[in-house]
Design a binder for this molecule. Structure first.
Ligand SMILES: Cc1cc2nc3c(=O)[nH]c(=O)nc-3n(C[C@H](O)[C@H](O)[C@H](O)COP(=O)(O)OP(=O)(O)OC[C@H]3O[C@@H](n4cnc5c(N)ncnc54)[C@H](O)[C@@H]3O)c2cc1C
Length: 414
């Protein structure tokens, strides 16, 4: 594996950095980029839209999308390089991970030409924002067990039910929804996928207050929401295979190695903090822990690079991609927890003014459990690695050959 940029990649990096320098300010190294509680007020959303529109006009938007869909037709490596350079700058909140990373590719793969023409350009330019309405109170890891329904009524479908953990639903224009349209077949076969206007009568969005103080996700209720038949994405009953396109793109969009980038910040904190009357970095237990975290961060970084190397040579993302998140999620939490420990009594404070690095580690710690759940929990990722990488025997599935309506469920609250 060659870790250096090829001459073409180096040229692309220089060009990306130059464009970013001309249009954005360098990021303050103390600022924590919070994936769960970023600013999402009206001004922040408008700034994100303006930034996306500017990138689109100047050829820096949706880099990996094909040119026919308004993208730049570039490879994954260029996208990684762009993200690395972009991370150095204080650019507006990114409200497009779900739309550009997951839902756009789903419409490209399964949409009719009319749907592609209607939705893709506005999505690329960032003027319409999208959310993913999949999870339900009783269907997350077991998504195909979902219970929201759609019933056909003439030229429309009528949706009822509840979704949950819907990131960004409170500012989104459109939602991608998967619901049950046939309970008389096995659970995966009775699902259909729809595009829903979030301003339709009967759609109610209720924010969820998070432990980190943010409200990035929501509950979404559907009460007799009427959806035009032309908003069905894919065939009736084919919702599971359409959803798989979204889910396959989700792990790529979320990315691997959440913990890998934090080591430098941790080292900086160890140099700045004092423990038992001396700099924390001089404490042997601290040094041992730093070494252990460094080794695992590097392992994660190199595993990520191996995957990238394979992708840049034309391989498609496989189940081994789950390793990055399975290791990186817990590592990010461990790093944040150790950083708080090093702060002594100040570690328990939340106030940005009273904590080292403006509360960055407290924020990271409170956000870290969510990152171990979103896009596949630790246990589900381990199941994937066990079954599909190590080829161990699959989990027992008791509802495999049963019509969904006959799958036993307990009484409410049991
Ligand atoms: C930050 C964040 C953002 C999110 N954004 C969205 C979004 O935009 N749209 C959306 O639709 N959803 C979203 N989600 C929901 C997310 O997809 C689900 O939370 C996730 O799939 C887990 O489902 P669950 O919460 O229902 O937990 P469950 O599936 O009920 O799991 C509960 C526990 O049981 C374990 N478990 C479940 N099944 C197994 C098994 N077979 N073997 C071993 N252990 C198992 C799990 O690992 C977990 O520990 C988001 C979640 C988070 C945290």
């Amino acid at each position: 594996m060659d870790f250096n940029d090829t001459p073409e990649e180096a040229a692309f990096r220089t060009k990306a950095y130059a464009w970013l320098s001309a249009n954005a300010k360098l990021r303050d190294p103390n600022e924590y980029v919070d994936m769960l509680g970023e600013r999402e007020d009206d001004a922040a959303i408008q700034a994100a839209k303006d930034w996306q529109s500017k990138k689109y006009d100047e050829g820096w938007a949706v880099l990996t999308w094909p040119k026919e869909f308004g993208g730049q037709g570039l490879g994954r490596m260029e996208n990684v390089i762009w993200n690395q350079e972009d991370a150095k700058f204080a650019t507006p909140t990114n409200i497009y991970t779900i739309g550009h990373g997951m839902l756009g590719p789903t419409i490209m793969a399964h949409g009719t030409p009319e749907q592609q023409k209607r939705y893709i350009p506005n999505m690329a330019r960032g003027q319409e924002v999208w959310c993913q309405l999949f999870s339900e109170p009783a269907a997350g890891s077991d998504l195909a067990g979902l219970r929201s329904t759609a019933v056909r009524d003439g030229d429309e479908w009528v949706l009822n039910g509840q979704k949950i953990w819907s990131t960004g639903a409170h500012y989104c224009d459109w939602g991608m929804v998967v619901v049950r349209t046939d309970p008389n077949v096995v659970k995966h076969a009775g699902l259909t996928y729809f595009i829903v206007d979030m301003r339709s009568p009967g759609v109610e969005v209720r924010p969820i207050k998070q432990i980190n103080g943010g409200s990035a996700f929501n509950e979404v209720f559907f009460t007799d929401v009427r959806v035009p038949a032309e908003n069905r994405l894919g065939a009736e009953g084919d919702g599971w295979s359409v959803s798989l396109t979204t889910l396959m793109n989700e792990r790529v969009a979320i990315g691997a190695g959440a913990g890998a980038g934090r080591f430098k910040d941790l080292l900086r904190l160890a140099r700045q903090s004092r423990m038992n009357g001396k700099p924390a970095i001089e404490d042997s237990a601290v040094r041992q822990k730093l070494a252990s975290i460094y080794i695992r961060s590097k392992g994660l970084q190199y595993t990520g690079m191996r995957t990238l190397s394979a992708l840049s040579q034309g391989a498609t993302p496989g189940p081994e991609g789950s390793i990055g998140k399975a290791v990186g999620g817990p590592l990010a939490q461990e790093i944040a927890s150790f950083a708080i420990e090093m702060q002594g009594a100040a570690g328990g404070l939340l106030d940005e003014g009273s904590t080292p690095m403006e509360g960055m580690w407290q924020n990271a710690y409170l956000s870290s459990p969510g990152m171990r759940i979103a896009g596949g929990t630790d246990e589900i990722l381990r199941n994937i690695i066990a079954e599909r990488v190590l080829r161990m025997p699959p989990e027992m599935r008791v509802d495999k050959k049963i019509a969904f309506r006959d799958v036993p469920t307990g009484p409410p609250g049991s």
